[in-house]
Ligand binder design. Structure first.
Ligand code: ADP
Ligand code: MG
Length: 267
């Protein structure tokens, strides 16, 4: 790289770092007045309207709301896959309280955050069909330039732990929906993220498989992971620590969750 280029990069990084704010080290992510609108033709849709949210280490939060209430928009903005119109999304980037707003990050910093700090899980799994379970989980580590030895150790550990030890070398098409979702959970965890963002992770799954996926989330939470799950399934949401209702882009209601998984289908 030329000296000029290096200078530009260093200046950009310095500019972003000087914009860092101190936050409580136990906070993983804090969202302030987040607003996002979409314009289609002549009409403007407010998908998120001044949303505020703080997620602490080891917290499992569920956001519920009907279709169109803004859940996916929220995940996409937090995951740096979409840009909000206004408001802040501050990540505890070093895990020690150095808060950095996504809006002031350079593209390189955003890429790093996406790769190392955020574990994304989607409703439709989003696995590469031509890669095996093992290769799908390994991919973020390859992009992050981890050594072959580290990759092998981590990928095998995660897949075995999640019960896919015997299915590592299967293609997604050779796995059930629940197994595919377990692959995406392993992939989300592979670079030890600060937080897992899950968009309707059980949307396509039957009741029994849904219960198993939620059990995995609860195990992860008990091991100290932070999880934000959006879902329209109010029953499973109640297993989270906090259940927040999103209505037309506004947080309207919050209740305490913590319902045992065994009780969620009881009336
Ligand atoms: P949910 O995930 O809760 O179903 P979304 O976040 O997908 O809701 O959508 C929230 C609102 O924003 C909806 O009215 C939806 O139609 C609108 N919306 C979402 N994405 C776009 C887009 N790319 N362009 C225009 N409108 C969008
Ligand atoms: Mg959605």
């Amino acid at each position: 790289m030329s000296i000029e280029k290096k200078k530009v990069r260093m200046n950009k990084q310095r500019r972003a770092t000087t914009k860092a704010v101190r936050i409580d080290p136990n906070i993983v992510l804090t969202v302030q007045n987040l607003t996002k609108t979409y314009t289609v033709g002549n009409s403007t849709i407010t998908a998120l309207n001044k949303v505020n949210l703080t997620i602490r280490k080891g917290e499992f939060i569920a956001i519920v709301g009907p279709s169109g209430s803004g859940k996916t928009t929220l995940i996409n903005c937090l995951g740096a896959l979409d840009f909000p119109d206004s408001g802040k999304i501050i990540y505890n980037v070093d895990g020690k309280g150095m808060g950095l707003d996504l809006a002031v990050m350079t593209n390189k910093q955003k890429k790093k955050i996406r790769l190392r700090k955020i574990g994304l899980i989607f409703q439709f799994y989003n696995l590469f069909p031509i890669l095996t379970a093992y290769e799908n989980v390994e991919l973020p580590m390859i992009i992050d330039k981890k050594s072959p030895k580290d990759r092998e150790e981590k990928v095998k550990f995660l897949l075995k732990r999640i019960g896919l030890g015997e299915r590592m070398h299967h293609l997604p098409s050779q796995l059930s929906g629940g197994e595919q979702q377990r692959v995406t959970i392993s992939r989300a965890l592979v670079n030890d993220p600060l937080i897992i963002l899950a968009d309707e992770p059980t949307g396509e799954l039957d009741t029994e498989t849904t219960t198993n996926i939620i059990k995995i989330f609860l195990d992860l939470k008990n091991a100290g992971e932070s999880i934000l799950m959006v879902t329209h399934n109010k029953r499973i949401a109640k297993t989270a620590d906090r259940v927040i209702t999103l209505t037309d882009g506004v947080f309207t209601h919050e209740i305490k969750g913590g319902k045992p998984i065994e009780d969620i289908y009881k009336h």
